[in-house]
Design a protein around this ligand. Structure first.
Ligand code: ADP
Ligand code: MG
Length: 695
């Protein structure tokens, strides 16, 4: 395999554009891509035609406007290139208009009431900053999705807007430090994607996995992850073949798949691409998730992207490595080596710290979902409390700056920002803190709370906007300063003083931290029902409006959609649970009890004096557990009926979190207790052991 040749072979990238487009057209399109210049229809026509010819060469017969509605996944409707001719034949055609705008029927996508069905029209608009590509005989055109009245209906548009806000404010700061060459600043993301692989035949016997993506029942297997022998362990042949195929598919799509390894839990793995612009990273992560599933099917496997497919076994996340970069390739969270570079670094660093402190609520709720609720705070993933990890060295620098104290690391003098250089910060991985939700890792921050099935858009809209907002404030302050270095020093020192409560370098899993965080006044939003409604708090609506990312109405409708989604997911889980408990598990337990009774009868028949103690005890235990489980199902059914009477989405979400989930837990624990007692021949579901160790 020639990887350089394979890489990007199905992508209409710069190289292809340069090859296939006339010079002036290429220049014009480049201006649109790099600087957001509007695209002339004449240019669009030429681009569309070249794109179509290239795609047809790659075997494409159709094109699609690929978009990201608020379902969190992608949507596509395919149109063929055919156009009839007078002689009853067809030619392949694709116009600039077809490239630039599309009009899918939008009525069946979640909109939170923004778009009533009578105004069903939705539009998709080409996003030229993310390359088009060919997949399965179709030309995919990344697009933004909005309604007839201009309201945004997707996740890409606000992400682009948040990047624009960040660009504007970050450039102001750069100019203050004398940078005249950078034309754009954009955020960058590298997302480490965790996933599970299970055997398809085993999977097909689990309705819970099929309907909900996670197991609703399942007793702990004799072996889980306690030996820690899976992490970075040798990759099994079948998994290795899968990973090889996956890499190839991703490379063809121009995705920089770089790292792959086994994760902590059995059957759990990770893939990390090399970072890129957030918008592209977000599109590509959608492709990564989709390709993971598609390739798995070819190998007789199923890829699980749920945050918590197995209780008691580590769940899956998506570590969001985030930084800011100029178009000239300068990483703004890289400390650099000169006093000026260090000063600039400290401004961007403290801006992030302040943004996280001010908007803990938004970061928390940007990763809230029914699935991720099982993970956050479960001593394997970050807790629900948001805090920032800086590492010892940087923490010491920050403390010295805050207090104007001598910095002990270097020369023992008071460090003046903009004048002195920072001490070398360790870039290696030694003092990584794996428990921190938001960790500085040398030249980027790693937001570890994101769930494995999430779109990258949501969390990054929040990070970009929050940081942009602080940078605006900083730029306002610094632009008016008489003595720049003095103002810089004060700004950084004051920012640290005011926001230091968010910095925590210790063990985030410990109980002491929960107590300490409470003392510090940090938020601890335990579940989605508690977290999500904060999206529409006044502070947050103002933040998004001020930065041109969301209107108040868009924030409100999105809150509604997320809350409704939470309740819908739990409804599906509850209904699946009812079906499995009543139709599969209860009958199986009874059949086994029946066989035990038969055993007792035949033993007694053989010898009246036999006690049959084991059978009697088993019968009693199983009867007790299964009755409790059955009562639970009645309770659950009644609760689901009650849920329909909740007056609004928030009340309903709280109802599910507080009333429905505990009953589901009870049903599960009774069923799992039965699983431990019922003969394997009678148990209707593959066990955790079979699921986790079958590949
Ligand atoms: P880990 O030990 O957590 O796997 P790595 O250094 O391998 O850490 O990086 C993990 C991810 O971070 C990769 O996807 C990598 O491309 C990404 N990354 C590195 N630098 C940046 C950056 N400046 N901005 C965004 N992501 C980055
Ligand atoms: Mg990581």
């Amino acid at each position: 395999m020639n990887v350089p040749e394979l890489f990007g072979s199905n992508v209409f990238n710069r190289q292809v554009m340069q090859d296939k487009l006339p010079k002036d057209i290429y220049k014009s399109l480049s201006k649109t891509i790099d600087e957001g210049a509007p695209l002339d229809m004449g240019v669009a026509n030429v681009v569309a035609n070249a794109m179509k010819d290239w795609a047809v060469e790659k075997g494409a017969t159709h094109f699609t406007h690929w978009f990201q509605p608020m379902t969190g996944i992608t949507a596509e409707k395919h149109d063929s290139f055919i156009s009839p001719t007078k002689d009853g034949k067809v030619i392949m055609e694709f116009s600039g208009k077809e490239l630039v705008v599309g009009e899918p029927d939008a009525s069946s996508f979640p909109s939170g009431g923004v778009r009533a069905t009578f105004e069903a029209r939705g539009y998709t608009a080409w996003d030229p900053t993310s390359y088009a590509f060919v997949k399965d005989g179709t030309l995919y055109i990344p697009t933004a999705f909005f309604s007839y009245s201009g309201e945004v209906l997707d996740k890409k548009t606000p992400l682009l807007k948040s990047m624009e806000a960040l660009n504007k404010q970050a450039l102001r700061i750069l100019r203050l430090f004398g940078n005249k060459t950078a034309k754009r600043v954009f955020s960058t993301v590298g997302a480490e994607q965790e996933y599970f692989l299970v055997d398809k035949q085993v999977y097909l016997k689990r309705k819970d996995l099929i309907y909900t993506g996670r197991t609703l029942f399942g007793a702990k297997p004799p072996k889980g992850q306690e030996l820690e022998d899976h992490y970075f362990g040798a990759i099994k042949t079948r998994v290795s073949a899968y990973m090889k195929d996956l890499d190839e598919e991703l490379w063809k799509l121009g995705i920089l798949a770089k790292t792959k390894h086994n994760e902590v839990a059995p059957a759990q793995h990770e893939l990390a691409p090399i970072f890129t612009s957030t918008n592209v990273a977000s599109d590509q992560n959608q492709l990564v998730m989709e390709t993971m599933k598609r390739v798995a099917a070819k190998h007789g496997l199923v890829c699980l992207l749920h945050e918590k497919p197995f209780a008691g076994i580590n769940g899956s996340g998506k570590h969001n490595n985030w930084s800011m970069s100029t178009d000239t390739g300068l990483n703004l969270l890289d400390p650099g080596s000169t006093p000026a570079e260090n000063g600039q670094f400290m401004v961007f660093l403290t801006a992030v710290i302040k943004a996280v402190n001010l908007h803990q609520d938004l970061l928390r709720l940007s990763v809230a979902s029914a699935g991720n609720d099982h993970r956050l705070g479960a001593n394997e993933a970050p807790p629900a409390i948001v805090s920032v990890f800086l590492g010892e060295e940087l923490e010491a620098v920050i403390k010295a700056l805050e207090k104007d104290e001598k910095y002990s690391g270097k020369g023992k003098k008071i460090m003046k920002l903009g004048v002195d250089t920072l001490p070398d910060l360790p870039k290696d991985t030694t003092d990584r803190n794996r428990t921190s939700p938001f960790a500085f890792t040398g030249n980027k921050f790693e937001f570890r709370m994101v769930g494995s099935s999430f779109s990258l858009a949501g969390p990054n809209i929040v990070i970009n906007t929050a940081v942009a907002d602080v940078l605006r404030e900083f730029a306002d302050q610094l632009e008016g300063a008489a003595d720049f270095n003095a103002a810089l020093h004060d700004l950084v020192a004051d920012t640290i003083k005011e926001n230091k409560r968010i910095i925590f370098n210790g063990n985030n899993y410990s109980e002491e931290w929960a107590k300490e965080a409470k003392k510090r006044g940090l938020l601890n939003l335990k579940n989605s029902a508690e977290a999500l409604p904060h999206f529409a708090d006044k502070k947050n609506i103002e933040l998004f409006e001020r930065n041109g990312v969301f209107t108040a109405r868009e924030v409100e409708t999105r809150t509604e959609i997320m809350l409704e989604n939470y309740s819908k997911v739990l409804t599906i889980e509850a209904l699946t649970m009812l079906e499995m408990a009543r139709r599969d598990i209860y009958p199986a337990v009874n059949a086994y009890i029946d066989s035990l009774c038969a055993t007792v009868r035949s033993k007694k028949k053989a010898d009246e004096s036999l006690k049959c103690g084991a059978e009697q005890r088993l019968i009693a235990k199983l009867t007790a557990y299964s009755e409790e489980m059955f009562d639970g199902t009645d309770e659950l059914e009644a609760l689901l009926a009650d849920a329909k009477n909740c007056k609004d989405a928030k009340t309903e979400a709280v109802f599910f979190a507080e009333k429905v989930l505990p009953v589901m837990e009870k049903i599960r624990s009774c069923a799992d207790a039965c699983e431990g007692l019922v003969s394997g021949q009678y148990w209707p579901l593959p066990t955790y052991g079979e699921l986790l160790f079958s590949v």
